[in-house]
Structure formats: structure tokens, C-alpha cells
Design a protein around this ligand. Structure first.
Ligand SMILES: Nc1nc2c(ncn2[C@@H]2O[C@H](COP(=O)(O)OP(=O)(O)OP(=O)(O)O)[C@@H](O)[C@H]2O)c(=O)[nH]1
Ligand SMILES: [Mg+2]
Length: 463
């Protein structure tokens, strides 16, 4: 039923613009498109595929004209979705676009679900899953690095890597199957040691990919930095100053910020995902208690802490809690309010166990903010550049990929153990299959046919 449907949706963002594209996909795309839109008289009918043509959109019921619009017909299977696709390039008025979509619905289309064009592209073999995800990443990309990662993935960098690992495992599985089925015959099969060697090599590559997640996630989502400090230290003031906008509420009342606030900031090629938090102290009520819990959870998840201290006040118990939060973490001590008389200096903080770099600033006068930005940029590029790099290294950037690779590695580990402990090939094959299946989840590939292909091609069985 699903595949018989023809879907319609606006492909361009909502709102006013020069052009809006209404896209139809499915078996009835051409029939529906052609009910609403006709070429101007001078053009040939029916419309030629893959060519933009000028025409007119009319209400097929009343004959009322709605717009002059370009249309293009892309027949399946060599189209975006693998199905027949029609695009109507209308003028970009929200009411007009709604009317055109309304006519398409009346003519038998239904509204597309979110992501349904890409889903159809995947089901029809136009894209694999990793590539479909790359399209979403391309749209979401907020930095040069994120864009490069997404386009690389769309062009198949990750898929090619996964496929080459799968191919090796499928080949191995084919050898194991042959060992099971033709144990008595004279076929040159790889030794146990060779099998273990292949398993190890695949596991090494899979581990490199698995470990690239940290870097990939940073490229895609940015370095996570969390501002922590006692109430009233000036966290929200610094947050606003770094963003260049009055995003967070600032007051002289300690405990102003109650929930976490997240915004992104561009630092050179990197994206910084900056979080303002509720001040750390013994909470006075339930709302604040929840806020402080959120502060702690964000702080533990951050790559970088910006620990804010109020230099105009002597050391307090809450400052000690902030020092505790920084232990063993990448953090920058930010001594704020240097426009006021100093009652707390870095020497005091060091004495109390804070061994991190420090910057002196005033969120009120913006003194020291350039130094703070520089320190942040330095820390961010160090964090972001950790891990495997290189032009042709495929990088994963989604938890889904990492989880699949973790399962692959686990299965490969079991397979290796079985080989070493002299288990029969059937047992080894079970884990090799599990590893292949886990890898296949990343690109959405299926595998039984592939194995048969290799068996027949390599061993020429039955010939
Ligand atoms: N003189 C001076 N005052 C500052 C400076 N930074 C912040 N303040 C003031 O300190 C008070 C608290 O500032 P906030 O930015 O709300 O502090 P906070 O750390 O976010 O506080 P909570 O949200 O309550 O945890 C406000 O009155 C600010 O105007 C500074 O550098 N110098
Ligand atoms: Mg605040």
C-alpha cells in the first residue's frame, strides 16, 4: 500500500521567497502533476523528461489559474527517490504553495511523512543508510568541518570503508562454509592462523572507526563547554558576552539561572556548544535542586569546563565545590569581576588545589574577553584535533554507528577466541555472521545473497 502512494511536500523552507519547490514522488506523480500543471501552448505535450519547462498551474476543477510555474519530470528509477518525481517550481508565497499542495492532495497524492523522500530513496537502493544520514547532516552542518564530514559521507567515504570490511568478512564466511560443506574434498582453504589474521585485521580497522566517534561527534556537534561557578559569580554575564547577545537573564540575585541554557558559538573552524548553568550551592528549593543536578550532569558530560570565580568576594565553600568539579578535567579558571577590588586571586585558588590555566576578566567592562576567547579557541582546537585524522580516514559521527561497531568488535573477539580454542568452523561462522550483520546495520545492507555470490564465484561449486 505504502509504495503505491504518491507523496507530496514542499521541498524548500516555509515562508516567503522567490521560489518554492513542491515535490511529488510515486507512481502517480506524473499524472497528478500534469493535472495541476500544463505547459504553455508553445511547448510540446506531454512534458519531456529531465527538462525544466514553463507552464501554468490551474485548479483542475474550476479551471482557475494559480501561478505561472516551471516544472520538471524525472522518471524513475534514476531519480532522487527511485520513483517518478515531479517538481513544480512555483513563486514562493506560503498561501500559493498551500493551495498547490491542496490541489495535489485533491488529485490523489498524500502529504509526505518527515524524511519519507529519503526513506524511499533508501528502499529503492538510491542511497544507503549512512548516505541518507549524511543528507540530514549536510542540512544541519554549522561549520566547515561538519560540512566536509557530511559531504564525504554522502559521497560514500564511510560506506566504502564499511563495505570493504564486510567484503572481507563475507569472504571469510564463505571459506568457513566451504570447510563445513566440503570437509572431505581437496580444496585449498585458509589455515586457522590465516583466519585469525583476517579477523584481527578487520577488528583493527573496525576499532579505528569505532574510536573515530569522539572526533566525528565533535566535528558534527561541536566541542561541549559548560560554564560552572557559584551563584552570582557572573556565569550568565560571561555567557552573554561570549555569544554577543543578551541570551541569559542576569540579575544581582544569587540563584537567577535555574535551568541550563545552550547556544552555539563559532571559534575558527570549530563549533563550540556553550552551556550556562545554575550556580553550584546547597539548593534552597526543589527547582534550584533540580537545576544544580542539571549543572552537575552537564559538567560531567562536557569536554571543557569554564570555571567562573568571583574575585570580588573571599573564598567560599561553594568555590571549593567548583574546584572539585574541575579535578581531572580540562578546565579554564575564569576570574571574573576584576573591575572590583580583589579579594580572591589565582594564588588562593592554587593553594586550594586548582591547578589549571587561568584568565582574568570583567564581564561588566569586557576586559580580558579577548584572552578568554583565545584560551577557549586553543582548548577547543586541542580537543577537536585529538583522535585519528587524515584526509582519507573515514570518521563516524553518530552513536548508532558506534554501537554497531561495538557489536561488530564483540562478535569478532568471540570468533577469534573460537578459532584459537579449536572450535569447529560452524561456531566461528556464527560469530563472523553476527559481526557482518552488525556492520551491515550502518549502511543498511543485507547479506545472504552476497555470501552465496562469493561462494559460487570463488569455488565454482557444481561446475
Ligand atoms: N562589577 C561587576 N559585576 C558583574 C560582573 N559580572 C557580573 N556582574 C554582576 O554580578 C551579578 C550576577 O551576574 P550573573 O551573570 O547573573 O551571575 P550568575 O553566575 O549567572 O548567577 P546565577 O545565575 O545566580 O548563578 C549581576 O548583578 C551582574 O551584573 C563583573 O565583571 N563586574
Ligand atoms: Mg546565571
Amino acid at each position: 500500500m505504502y509504495e503505491a502512494d504518491t507523496i507530496v511536500a514542499q521541498a524548500t523552507p516555509p515562508g516567503k521567497g522567490a521560489v518554492a519547490i513542491v515535490r511529488l514522488s510515486g507512481p502517480q506523480a506524473l499524472a497528478i502533476g500534469y493535472r495541476l500543471w500544463r505547459p504553455l501552448k508553445s511547448h510540446t505535450e506531454p512534458p519531456k523528461p529531465r527538462r525544466l519547462m514553463l507552464g501554468e498551474i490551474r485548479d483542475p476543477g474550476s479551471g482557475r489559474p494559480l501561478d505561472r510555474a516551471l516544472a520538471i519530470f524525472i522518471p524513475g528509477p534514476r531519480s532522487l527517490t527511485g520513483e517518478d518525481v515531479v517538481e513544480l517550481h512555483c513563486h514562493g508565497g506560503p498561501y500559493l504553495v498551500r493551495s498547490v499542495i491542496g490541489l495535489a492532495l485533491a488529485a490523489g497524492a498524500r502529504i509526505a511523512e518527515p524524511g519519507e523522500f529519503s526513506r524511499r530513496a533508501f528502499l529503492n537502493g538510491r542511497l544507503d543508510l549512512a548516505q541518507a544520514e549524511a543528507i540530514a547532516d549536510l542540512v544541519e552542518a554549522r561549520s566547515e568541518g561538519a560540512l566536509a564530514l557530511a559531504i564525504g559521507q554522502l559521497n560514500g567515504a564511510l560506506s566504502a570503508r564499511i563495505d570493504s570490511l564486510r567484503t572481507e568478512l563475507i569472504q571469510l564466511r564463505a571459506h568457513l562454509e566451504a570447510e563445513i560443506d566440503f570437509a572431505d574434498e581437496e580444496i585449498a582453504l585458509p589455515s586457522r592462523r590465516e583466519i585469525a589474521g583476517t579477523l584481527e585485521a578487520v577488528a583493527r580497522s573496525a576499532a579505528v572507526l569505532h574510536d573515530s566517534f569522539q572526533r566525528g561527534r565533535i566535528i558534527r556537534e561541536g566541542v561541549r563547554a559548560t560554564i560552572v561557578g557559584k551563584p552570582n559569580a557572573g556565569k550568565s554575564s560571561l555567557f552573554n558576552l561570549l555569544l554577543g547577545s543578551e541570551r541569559a537573564i542576569v540579575t544581582a540575585v544569587p540563584g537567577t539561572t535555574r535551568d541550563t541554557l545552550e547556544e552555539t558559538l563559532q571559534l575558527g573552524p570549530w563549533t563550540l556548544s556553550l552551556t550556562d548553568t545554575a550556580g553550584v550551592r546547597k539548593a534552597r528549593d526543589e527547582v534550584e535542586q533540580l537545576g544544580v543536578e542539571r549543572t552537575r550532569s552537564h559538567a560531567s558530560d562536557a569536554h571543557l569546563l569554564i570555571a567562573v570565580f568571583d574575585t570580588s568576594r573571599p573564598f567560599e565553600r561553594e568555590d571549593a565545590e567548583v574546584i572539585d568539579l574541575c579535578q581531572g578535567r580540562r578546565a579554564i579558571a575564569t576570574l571574573n569581576k576584576i573591575d572590583l577590588t580583589e579579594r580572591l586571586g589565582m594564588a588562593d585558588l592554587r593553594q586550594r588545589g586548582l591547578q589549571i590555566e587561568s584568565v582574568r576578566v570583567s564581564a561588566r567592562t569586557a576586559d580580558g574577553i579577548v584572552e578568554l576567547r583565545d584560551a577557549l579557541a586553543c582548548a577547543v582546537s586541542e580537543i577537536a584535533e585529538k583522535g585519528p585524522a587524515g584526509e582519507d580516514t573515514a570518521i563516524i559521527s553518530r552513536e548508532r554507528h558506534q554501537a554497531a561497531l561495538a557489536r561488530t568488535l564483540e562478535a569478532l573477539g568471540k570468533a577469534r577466541e573460537s578459532v584459537f580454542s579449536g572450535m569447529p568452523p560452524e561456531i566461528v561462522a556464527v560469530d563472523v555472521t553476527a559481526a557482518t550483520d552488525a556492520l551491515s546495520e550502518i549502511t543498511g545492507a543485507v547479506n545472504t545473497e552476497d555470501i552465496l555470490d562469493v561462494i559460487f564465484r570463488e569455488f565454482c561449486i557444481g561446475k
